[in-house]
Design a protein around this ligand. Structure first.
Ligand SMILES: Cc1cc2nc3c(=O)[nH]c(=O)nc-3n(C[C@H](O)[C@H](O)[C@H](O)COP(=O)(O)OP(=O)(O)OC[C@H]3O[C@@H](n4cnc5c(N)ncnc54)[C@H](O)[C@@H]3O)c2cc1C
Ligand code: SF4
Length: 443
């Protein structure tokens, strides 16, 4: 696998995906901002898990103050860059916009957010939007360098805390780097955001796995607090005959290769089948379709109405040619001379497929949690925390993001990081930086 430095130059399949929602120019951004009605109760802000003051940042864009807008956004959500691109705004901020009630297009909040933050990044001045507090002498470790840990680390760094993130991959960013659909954000975008958080004064140790190379008990002993932001684990398999072998992939593993592996190709595939009905399944199906696979099927065990994936994403997938096979439970992967040719369902139907992507979930962080004394998991394998503080049963150990939620969103992981940063600052007697914004968002 390529390293952080070389990735940008390398030829990777994700480059075949143009931006679905391209960056606004100055004129378009100001025109869109001027549509905002500045509602007194700001339903958009209430619908944002991080509580970004949406009307205020939009007003700043309307008056040509993009840097001021970026400060409003990033103080409530340090991952405002990626969230602008990957948030399902249809069910969050933009979904709450009053224009929807009048059957008119909602304000394009995500695109305006992207415009403001990207402008601050382009100026190379984003790191100077905030002033870092003097060093406090306190040290915090994060396990993983995904959105939850990055959000936490950035806020703590601003408060003068020395933060080290241990990331088992060679490249940081978590699923923002390895999983998010490339038509929303490319790897270099995710790494740009990591560099921004790094510029606030954090340290990332890449290629270091906690639990093997670094012991959990050493972290708990050597640091004032530890945050577990490990997300989820490997793809879950179906456990049916024919699954092991060429042509059948776990979804996140396939997406990661498509995004990161130089020279990885999808050639000569006539029919791609994606098994599952969640957002990862929909993403994989849309990606296959956009890679010009002629027939893309989603194989789901229940009906369309029961799919856990977002309706708007599935509607987009259908428009792009993806077909849904409902009430379909795979019984066997059919192979001829070792080559995948189809899927046999339990009702006897056969689905042609020369590529299958299994998107039925990922494992939970049980093993790592067990290495930290006092950290418990629920029956579903999610780490148990106090929701207001993200603190586990061990008062020194905090956790957030997918490891706690069992698979959610970048913006909720960012909010968990913020919440944990606030709680850690209080526990360590450290003055909280960017105070007002740290208190914003869902509890
Ligand atoms: C395919 C896919 C597409 C998605 N698309 C979207 C989207 O469009 N919009 C959206 O909002 N959300 C999306 N999500 C969900 C979103 O990516 C996650 O909710 C979010 O990334 C969770 O952040 P996290 O920090 O908790 O975990 P992760 O992003 O999983 O990061 C965890 C990090 O911890 C590291 N790690 C794990 N174990 C160890 C260890 N023992 N030692 C050191 N490091 C370790 C991992 O390598 C990883 O880098 C998607 C998810 C998937 C799977
Ligand atoms: S972070 Fe996401 S949900 Fe919140 S305002 Fe921005 S785009 Fe909307």
């Amino acid at each position: 696998m390529a390293t952080h430095e070389t990735l940008i130059q390398l030829d990777r399949l994700e480059r075949a995906f143009p931006d679905l929602k391209p960056l606004y120019g100055d004129g378009d951004a100001v025109a869109e901002a001027n549509r905002c009605l500045y509602c007194h109760d700001a339903p958009c802000t209430a619908a944002c898990p991080t509580g970004i003051d949406v009307p205020t940042f939009i007003r700043k864009i309307a008056t040509g103050n993009a840097r001021g807008a970026a400060r409003v956004i990033l103080s409530a959500n340090l991952l405002g860059y990626s969230c602008a691109r990957v948030c399902p705004v249809e069910v969050l901020c933009a979904g709450a916009c009053v224009y929807n009630d009048w059957h008119r297009p909602p304000i394009q909040i995500g695109r305006l957010q992207r415009y403001a933050v990207e402008k601050a990044f382009d100026d190379g001045q984003a790191g100077t939007l905030f002033r870092r507090a003097p060093a406090t002498g306190k040290k915090v470790a994060c396990v993983g360098a995904g959105p939850a840990s990055l959000s936490l680390a950035g806020y703590l760094a601003l408060a003068g805390v020395d933060v080290t993130l241990f990331e088992r991959r060679a490249i940081p960013g978590g699923l923002n780097t390895t999983g998010v659909a490339p038509y929303k954000m490319h790897v270099d975008g995710a790494l740009r955001e990591v560099d921004f958080v790094r510029s606030l004064g954090i340290t990332i140790q890449e290629g270091v796995e906690v639990g093997s190379e670094v012991r959990a008990e050493d972290l708990a002993r050597d640091f004032d607090a530890v945050f577990i932001g490990v997300g989820l684990g490997q793809d879950t398999s179906l456990g049916i005959p024919g699954e092991d072998g060429p042509g059948v992939y776990g979804a996140t593993a396939w997406i990661e290769r498509m995004k990161l592996e130089p020279g990885f190709a999808v050639l000569g595939v006539a029919c791609g089948a994606v098994i599952g009905g969640g957002n990862t399944a929909i993403d994989a199906a849309r990606e296959l379709s956009r890679l010009s696979v002629p027939h893309v099927l989603m194989v789901y065990r229940r009906t369309a109405e029961e799919m856990p994936g977002f309706r708007h994403e599935m509607d987009a997938a259908r428009r792009e040619g993806v077909r849904l096979v409902e009430k379909a439970v795979p019984k066997e992967f059919i192979r001829q001379d070792g080559r995948l040719v189809g899927i046999l369902l339990d009702d006897g139907r056969r689905i042609p497929a020369d590529l299958a992507v299994v998107a039925i979930g990922q494992t939970r962080p049980r093993d790592l949690a067990a290495q930290f004394p006092g950290v418990e998991v629920d029956p579903g394998g999610r780490i148990v925390v106090d929701r207001a503080t993200c603190r586990t049963g061990n008062p020194k150990i905090y956790a957030g993001g997918d490891a706690v939620r069992g698979g959610d969103l970048v913006v909720t992981a960012a909010q968990d990081g913020k919440r944990a940063a606030r709680a850690i600052c209080r526990a360590l007697g450290v003055q909280i930086a960017v105070d007002a914004a740290l208190n914003a968002g869902h509890q």
